[in-house]
Design a protein. Structure first.
Length: 254
């Protein structure tokens, strides 16, 4: 009994360190998994690098807290973390800018694969939009790679005929939502907008990508008048949010 008390008395001062180490391992695993999911649209090399960097940052922070719990001055380790953070930001400045621009261009820039655009003095048909660049095919059959950040910084001209008519609204639904029922209810709820839409082109909901956790969809609407673009976009997003909330509520009650 005395031996157990002695061991316990020796272990108690180190208990916070053990807790910190365990939490660090759990958080590092969660960061690895979350970054892997968020970076899925990017290249495997970039996704792997992001996951490793995320784990390193978590481990360094956990190590700093563990040293503090042991009563050791963590100043040097904090300096290393700061320098590592600055180095990462400098090294990944361009990739992160392009990756972020890809998100904003998906939501706010009115062009898609198949459109013909002009940007930075070049023009061509959009054949691919990846995490880093937008690929154009010129009239002379040349491939032109334009950094995604240029789509935010520079003027982009969509020269496709009647491109102004099209409004594209991205939406993501969880695996718990019944996709056929969601599509049916959404198209039904958009019926009140038909007076402001081109009657020749009914709303279309298409699947962009699908994973076991979620499905990314694209709602395409064709306008009757260009001045209705903002109002239609706001109304469509409102109806999407209301429908998703309603269907999630139905799912929970079931």
């Amino acid at each position: 009994m005395v031996a157990l008390d002695t061991v316990w008395g020796w272990f108690v001062p180190y208990l916070p360190v053990v807790v910190i180490v365990v939490l660090t391992i759990v958080i590092a695993w969660l960061v690895h998994a979350v970054l892997g999911r968020l970076m899925r649209p990017s290249t495997p090399q970039m996704a792997g690098t992001a996951r490793r960097l995320g784990v390193v940052v978590v481990v360094l922070i956990g190590g700093t807290l563990a040293l503090q719990a042991l009563g050791v001055d963590p100043t040097v380790l904090l300096l290393v973390i700061g320098l590592l953070g600055v180095t990462i930001l400098v090294a990944l400045r361009e990739p992160l800018s392009n990756y972020g621009a890809k998100y904003f261009s998906d939501v706010y820039t009115p062009f898609k694969v198949g459109d013909t655009i002009q940007v930075q003095g070049v023009s061509g048909k959009v054949i691919e939009i990846n995490a880093m660049t937008t690929i154009l095919l010129s009239d002379s059959d040349q491939l032109i790679s334009v950094p995604n950040v240029a789509m935010i910084r520079d003027v982009v001209v969509n020269t496709s005929p009647q491109a102004w008519k099209e409004v594209v609204v991205p939406v993501s639904i969880g695996s718990a939502v019944d996709l056929p029922a969601f599509e049916s209810e959404l198209l039904k709820s958009l019926g009140k907008l038909r007076t402001r839409l081109d009657p020749r082109f009914p709303p279309v909901l298409t699947t962009k990508s699908r994973t076991p956790q979620s499905t990314d969809l694209v709602l395409t609407l064709m306008l009757r008048r260009p001045e209705d673009r903002d109002a239609i976009t706001v109304e469509a997003n409102k109806r999407l949010a209301e429908l998703l909330d309603r269907m999630r509520g139905v799912r929970r009650s079931a």
